[in-house]
Ligand binder design. Structure first.
Ligand SMILES: [Zn+2]
Ligand SMILES: [Zn+2]
Ligand SMILES: [Zn+2]
Length: 314
């Protein structure tokens, strides 16, 4: 070890001055019983730099803690968190500097999220699921978009079942239960439009399967949001992104256009049709799932359909 004066030890990125004072035998005994070696006295007369015998890394501990409690090695704790995150199917990124009980993780969908460390323990144990708020908001925004409204934000009155929406065609804002947006059972208080005769939609979703495979789901629905939630995914909490929703003048048009799309894609890109065994149990559908690389092609076909229905409406 270098000379004790003008000497410091770096712990967790912080240079702590070594205090040139004796290390008593009973301290060494206590450290020994608890699985540490005392490397130095640091920072002030009450702090120690301990080397963990488990991982060999340094951590800073109060003398009082060493003598009266079991000190915890911050490296070993973080290693356990990393392992736990891996077991939960996500990646530990870093601690939250503002909170001891939160950390930042990369979720399966690729988004970063701040979560309680204890929650990840329960996810790893299979006791609960993990939902990405970013992905979820995209789903809600698409639900609104599909029925001609725009998701503005949370309910101004604070009800978690409600959101604030804006009617795109008239600009009117109102709070609506999210469930009613999905089933289109609401009227606009601004222009009075009702949703008895709702149009239909062709939708394109990207779904991340539990096996890590990304696939595209193309389909027709009276209500893409509700189809995504209930028919496509069942109750599973899969990471989904709504890539495209194309409004069709009627259900008949939507079904016809969808059938043409599938026939076209199957004929030209048979190798992009995903085998059902790859998503068995994850998606409730058995056909109409394509490889992710086909997205540009499908988007182009949807451009064509959108162009056609615009022409008819004009
Ligand atoms: Zn350790
Ligand atoms: Zn996400
Ligand atoms: Zn309106």
């Amino acid at each position: 070890m270098p000379h004790a004066h003008d000497n410091s030890i770096i712990i967790a990125g912080e240079a702590l001055p070594v205090i040139d004072m004796p290390i008593h035998a009973r301290w060494r005994d206590a450290a020994d019983r608890r699985g540490f070696d005392i490397t130095a006295r640091v920072a002030d007369r009450y702090a120690l730099a301990l080397t963990c015998r488990q991982c060999g890394e340094l951590s800073r501990t109060r003398l009082f803690v060493l003598m009266n409690h079991q000190p915890r090695c911050s490296h070993c704790i973080e290693t356990a968190w990393r392992q736990e995150a891996e077991n939960a199917g996500i990646a530990f990124l870093r601690r939250d500097p503002d909170s001891r009980v939160y950390a930042w993780y990369r979720l399966l969908c690729g988004h970063e999220a701040r979560r309680q460390i204890g929650l990840i323990t329960r996810v790893a144990a299979g006791e609960t699921g993990l939902r990405c708020a970013t992905c979820h908001e995209a789903v809600e925004a698409a639900e609104a978009q599909a029925v001609g409204w725009e998701l503005v934000g949370p309910d101004p009155e604070g009800d978690t079942n409600y959101r604030e929406y804006r009617h795109v065609s008239c600009g009117h804002r109102q709070r609506i239960a999210r469930g009613n947006v999905k089933t289109q059972r609401f009227d606009c208080g601004g222009c009075g439009v009702t949703w008895v005769s709702a149009p239909s939609f062709i939708y394109l979703f990207r779904v991340l399967l539990p096996n890590g495979m990304r696939v595209l789901k193309l389909g027709f629905s009276k209500n893409p949001g509700s189809r995504l939630q209930h028919q496509l995914l069942g109750d599973r909490d899969l990471a989904c992104h709504v890539l495209r929703v194309v409004a069709m003048p009627s259900g008949h048009d939507a079904i016809r256009a969808e059938k043409r799309l599938h026939a076209n894609l199957r004929r030209r890109f048979p190798e992009a049709v995903i085998d059902a065994t790859d998503f068995a149990g994850a998606l409730t559908v058995v056909t109409e799932v394509y490889a992710e690389w086909l997205e540009a092609e499908i988007q182009q076909l949807l451009d064509g359909i959108e162009g056609d229905s615009d022409d008819e409406g004009a």
